[in-house]
Design a protein around this ligand. Structure first.
Ligand code: C2E
Ligand code: MG
Ligand code: MG
Length: 571
């Protein structure tokens, strides 16, 4: 079979050209030939590069060496064979050095076909190697999904820019760390391939908004970084962040649904004394987390205080992870008072952390972090076990005080991840406490994060004759119709309303309504945050069943709670 060959022939003698073409045909080539013999014509032909160039050594206007040089200057690397009437050894070597693939004497044209085949083969091998190297580079330094640079390439570029800025202190650059909220939901709701498609679209949207000189990388999952080099002024980095944010104000469309992603952006600038890029990336990440903590789309610029905060937080996380094993958690017990008779009928168990350096710590300081770290399950199990163990001691010690119940707080993690009802059964069996002595609390706002799941678990708990209580009621925006379906026994009015009783008519109206509503639905009411005799008097008059608050007692250690029980105190 004949092989097509798009050939450019530099030859001033038509007869010699014909001989060469003939030689090629005899070797199985079917050449398409363009013949030129002047520099200008040659340059014109190079506009559409051929597969191959055969060149006479010297023509009236220019030589093969000139032709080689001109070809290289145009960035071309075509197979180029010199065919000459007579050429010395030295000249041949010169031509090979200048980039010729081979050379032949005109009286040896029988070799031409073979030489062309060899040159084409060499060219093919070089091209294959180049492509393999390029593939390797792409795979090693790029994210296979979006095609963006990956962490390795990004850090390499960052380090280079760093070096440059150290040589030229006026050189400004900024690093943006961008995290997208909402992607995990797409992942779990619509599946991996939808999330992948979304990520590709996200990267394209960002690319449209930045200069080609800037480096956008996908670091992992929903985290992108952007290196903005050669900034005229640092303020321009915030302008880029603004633009990116606007870009996300428009929803993405996935399977006919509109999907909104919230971008959180942290910015770190080159005004630092660092040696390389790594700490700068850390700073941008810290600032991004700060932006995320606000819960609103936006950007935050890193400052030094943030680093200290981040370090403190890191230490806290480490300590918290070990707190259970080190038995550093305690329970404080706040009495719950039956209001008509004014006597204690139970306690709410409130978590405390005996921190080795900071001392006794209240839950506000660590619950959010424990939740983020996924520790609430373990903590909940411990609280329930410990609360029941303590109650059993009091039951034995004070057989005449009945009912005497324990209320334990649980977080949404426990409701959605675990068989809470099973756990309760297990703990009750182990501690020898009957089900009616235990109450499980969940706050209204946590319940609202996943009403269906909470509803289901509350029903399972109720089946075991364990009472449940909706905590901080009035702050979580649950609807009244929803409340009717919820299998709960108690509503606990949030202390923000109770505290305002006596000074604020609105608060009084709200408390009145909640109590009336609860009673109509067959629920009982606990008021928390009773701090004064007036609060107590009002709540009594409204028919509220139970109360707790500093007026009766602050949360107490187990010993102090025992002493209070022994005193048989009444209010
Ligand atoms: P909560 O369950 O609504 O608990 C009532 C909070 O109000 C407690 O704060 C208590 O000390 C405080 N308090 C009680 N009476 C008064 C009063 O008269 N005035 C004022 N100003 N405050 C009063 P604490 O112990 O800091 O607990 C805060 C929140 O932490 C709790 O709110 C609860 O949501 C959560 N929590 C506590 N222990 C646990 C636990 O073991 N597990 C879970 N998941 N959450 C817990
Ligand atoms: Mg509570
Ligand atoms: Mg509460």
């Amino acid at each position: 079979m004949e092989t097509n060959l798009n050939l450019l022939l530099l030859e001033d003698s038509p007869a010699d050209a014909e001989l060469m073409i003939e030689a090629l045909r005899e070797s199985g080539y079917d050449p398409t030939v363009r013949r030129v013999d002047s520099k200008d014509a040659y340059l014109r032909e190079l506009e559409q590069p051929p597969d191959f160039i055969l060149s006479d050594f010297s023509m009236p206007q220019f030589t093969a060496q000139d032709a080689l040089k001109l070809m290289k200057e145009r960035g071309l690397d075509l197979p180029f064979i010199i065919v000459s009437g007579c050429m010395g050894e030295d000249m041949a070597v010169e031509c090979m050095k200048a980039g010729a693939s081979d050379y032949l004497l005109k009286d040896r044209l029988a070799r031409l076909g073979h030489a062309v085949t060899q040159a084409l083969e060499r060219k093919r091998l070089v091209e294959e190697k180049r492509q393999a190297e390029q593939r390797l580079f792409l795979e090693t330094f790029h994210d296979s999904l979006t095609g963006l640079p990956n962490r390795a390439l990004f850090m390499d570029r960052l380090d280079r820019v760093f070096l440059q800025s150290r040589r030229q202190p006026a050189h400004l650059f900024a690093l943006l760390h961008l995290n997208l909220d909402g992607l995990k939901m797409v992942h779990s709701g619509l599946g991996v391939s939808s999330a992948d498609r979304l990520l590709i679209e996200v990267s394209q949207r960002i690319l449209r908004r930045i200069r080609s000189a800037d480096t956008l990388a996908r670091m992992e999952g929903d985290a992108f970084t952007l290196l903005i080099d050669n900034l005229k002024a640092m303020g321009n980095a915030t302008r880029v962040a603004d633009r990116l944010q606007q870009e996300f104000a428009t929803p993405f469309t996935l399977e006919d649904r509109e999907v909104f992603l919230t971008p959180y952006i942290g910015i770190a600038s080159s005004h630092t004394g660092y040696e390389n890029g790594e700490p700068l990336l850390r700073d941008a990440t810290t600032a991004m987390l700060q932006a995320k903590a606000t819960g609103r789309a936006g950007f935050v610029i890193f400052d030094k205080a943030m680093h200290q905060q981040a370090m403190a937080r890191l230490k806290m996380e480490g300590d918290l992870r070990q707190a259970l094993d080190r038995k550093e958690f305690r329970l404080a017990y706040q009495p719950i008072v039956q209001l008509q008779e004014g006597r204690i009928t139970g306690f709410e168990a409130l978590l405390r952390w005996q921190h080795p350096e900071h001392g006794l710590t209240r839950p506000d300081a660590f619950l959010d972090i424990a939740t983020e770290l996924g520790l609430m399950k373990g903590i909940g199990e411990w609280s329930l076990g410990e609360g029941c163990r303590q109650l059993k001691l009091w039951h034995d010690q004070f057989p005449r005080i009945r009912p005497l119940t324990i209320s334990v707080n649980f977080s949404i993690q426990h409701f959605t991840q675990d068989h809470l009802a099973l756990l309760i059964k297990h703990v009750l069996d182990k501690s020898g406490i009957d089900a009616s002595s235990v109450k499980i609390e969940i706050t209204e706002s946590e319940m609202m994060q996943n009403p269906e799941a909470v509803n289901r678990v509350l029903a399972e708990i109720k089946e075991q004759q364990v009472d449940t209580c909706l905590d901080d009621f009035g702050t979580g925006y649950s609807s009244l119709s929803h409340l009717q379906q919820l299998p709960i026994t108690f509503l606990k009015i949030d202390q923000s309303f109770v505290r305002r009783l006596g000074t604020d008519d609105d608060a009084l109206a709200i408390v009145k309504t909640i109590i009336a509503l609860a009673h109509q639905l067959g629920r009982q009411v606990i008021a928390e945050g009773i701090e004064t005799a007036e609060h107590l008097a009002i709540l009594r008059s409204l028919g509220c069943e139970y109360g707790q608050g500093y007026f009766f007692s602050k949360p107490l250690s187990p010993e102090d709670a025992g002493t209070l029980l022994a005193s048989a105190r009444r209010w």
